[in-house]
Ligand binder design. Structure first.
Ligand SMILES: [Fe+2]
Length: 211
């Protein structure tokens, strides 16, 4: 090789090889690294059985919380009537708070060594909240459905909190009590006050009728 040819740039073959190296490698497949329902034990000073039980319970709660979160977005979009503006905003606020709970529950499952449910089809198969119609429903029905979903979640969260406490899983107990239960209770209050049948203009309807 002459000194002149050494100064030339890379050959066509070298360029082609370089380009191939930078190409994204697509359509790859491999077996799962951890099947759903199995525990990959982390050193968190909890035995595997406790982790497995908490992860299983939290996956049920996760499916129900994801469903409630999505109910809020559905109602945020589909709400109608003279309370449209305030409910449109309230439903979105509650949606965002439920979305934070979803992330906290899912990440708790992972740190316990479990596998979090994630996809809509798996959530639909797992949740205990009854399926909603696709169409729009009036506000009192929207709120009734939300209140029933909240109560289902509160009931299961309290049972799971007690079981976690008895098993020594204080982190799961704390998540359930401090975040899940307290957030759901507060949201129930804000919703329930919208379906209290109080007069809007005249406090005494009978007296008004006799005027
Ligand atoms: Fe929006």
């Amino acid at each position: 090789m002459s000194p002149k040819s050494e100064k030339r740039g890379p050959s066509y073959n070298q360029l082609e090889a370089g380009t191939k190296k930078a190409d994204p490698i697509q359509h790859q497949h491999a077996p799962e690294i951890q099947p759903y329902g199995k525990i990959a034990k982390l050193p968190i000073a909890l035995d595997e059985k406790t982790c497995a039980t908490s992860a299983e319970n939290l996956n049920q709660l996760l499916a129900d919380t994801m469903t409630l979160r999505d109910m809020y977005k559905k109602h945020h979009w589909q709400v109608a009537g003279h309370t449209f503006y305030q409910l449109h905003l309230l439903f979105d606020k509650h949606h965002d708070e439920q979305d934070e709970l979803v992330d906290e529950i899912a990440e708790r499952i992972q740190l316990l060594g479990g596998v979090s449910l994630a996809m809509a089809a798996d959530v639909a198969e797992t949740t205990m909240i009854p399926r909603l119609p696709r169409g729009r429903e009036p506000v009192p029905v929207q709120i009734s459905r939300l209140l029933e979903a909240h109560e289902l979640i509160l009931k299961e969260a309290r049972t799971m909190a007690r079981l976690a406490s008895e098993a020594g899983d204080d982190g799961t107990n704390d998540l359930l009590v401090s975040d899940v239960i307290r957030t759901n209770e507060l949201q129930v209050w804000f919703l329930a006050e919208h379906v209290v049948d109080v007069p809007v203009v005249r406090a005494d309807q009978k007296a008004a009728a006799g005027d």
